[in-house]
Ligand binder design. Structure first.
Ligand SMILES: [Fe+2]
Ligand SMILES: [Fe+2]
Length: 322
């Protein structure tokens, strides 16, 4: 047992409003402000970025910020329930009443986060997210739908996607922290305070979820027989390929298309931007920005302690095994 809080402690924190994400925030967005640090966007890692004008970079940043919110929402809606609900049916997890309670609370909190990010995106761009439409960039491509289906089908027995969930929860906290610590972007001025505030609030629940992830990994993957752990490691590494590979149908390219719809004067450069994004599959600095020890130290320490993930660095470029 290592750094994880006891489930009883997690539940006490979850009952204290000071440690919980507030959802009723002021969503007055300043359309002249960027939404996310520039190094959290894809084009930033391409030569095209510096050649775009201020206005084009600003709009791209804002659209990419919406896409980041949708990505977090996708995990909250599609992955968490599919993964956590079957785990709750495992006898030894169900018997741990405190852990089961923490997991149930987590599912409820993720539902609230989904609504919170959907409202934020609507406040940023009501034209793109009319009431009833929450997804623009995260209409899942075929492989992701298949992957989530497999995750759900196997979750009761093989919980490899918990490693991914933990990585994503920890990186959403790193984003919120980076936004708070360096609100001034490299070339676009100050981040929008209302956008940052939603992410900062989100971090409160997520910092507890990370401990629940740690506990769930211990009691599912960690308690399995060796053959299951090997299979979990194999499935996780296979899943990563779909996550780190940029495709024409992916959300990053959809952001480019929306940028050109917003600013038609960029039409002649659309294919150049798409090509630049597709090349990121083989761009080391970009791949390292997705998974690295600075933004996900706890997740990486879990990987370090898992013998079956000894060769993870071959699939996850930013993983430096210790
Ligand atoms: Fe969340
Ligand atoms: Fe979470």
């Amino acid at each position: 047992m290592k750094q994880w809080l006891a489930a009883e402690h997690i539940n006490r924190l979850a009952a204290d409003p000071v440690h919980c994400t507030r959802t009723k925030l002021n969503l007055e967005i300043d359309s002249r402000r960027p939404f996310v640090p520039e190094d959290y966007t894809q084009l930033y890692y391409t030569p095209v970025y510096a050649s775009l004008s201020f206005e084009h970079r600003l709009r791209y940043n804002q659209l990419f910020g919406l896409r980041i919110n949708e990505y977090i929402m996708m995990l909250e809606a599609d992955l968490v329930e599919r993964l956590v609900t079957p785990l709750l049916r495992r006898p030894h997890i169900a018997a741990d009443l405190a852990l089961a309670q923490a997991m149930t609370t987590m599912i409820e909190e993720e539902r609230r986060h989904f609504s919170g990010f959907a409202a934020l995106n609507r406040a940023c761009r009501p034209d793109l997210y009319p009431l009833g439409k929450d997804r623009l960039f995260s209409c899942l491509p075929g492989w992701t739908k298949a992957m989530f289906w497999i995750v759900g089908a196997l979750a009761g027995r093989l919980s490899f996607a918990l490693w991914y969930l933990m990585a994503m929860e920890e990186s959403s906290m790193a984003l919120a922290r980076d936004m708070s610590r360096r609100p001034e972007t490299e070339t676009l001025g100050l981040l929008d305070p209302a956008f940052v505030a939603v992410h900062r609030e989100h971090m409160k629940d997520e910092s507890r979820h990370l401990h629940i992830d740690g506990r769930m990994i211990e009691s599912s993957i960690g308690s399995g027989i060796r053959a299951e752990r090997v299979l979990n490691a194999w499935l996780f590494q296979s899943m990563l390929r779909g996550i780190t590979r940029l495709t024409r149908s992916g959300s990053g390219v959809m952001v480019i298309h929306q940028l050109v719809r917003d600013m038609p004067e960029l039409a002649s450069r659309e294919e150049e931007m798409v090509q630049a994004v597709l090349k990121l599959t083989n761009c080391r600095p970009f791949q390292e920005s997705l998974f690295n020890r600075r933004i996900m130290p706890k997740t990486f320490s879990v990987f370090d302690d898992t013998p079956e993930l000894a060769r993870l660095g071959e699939k996850m470029i930013g993983y430096d095994r210790r």
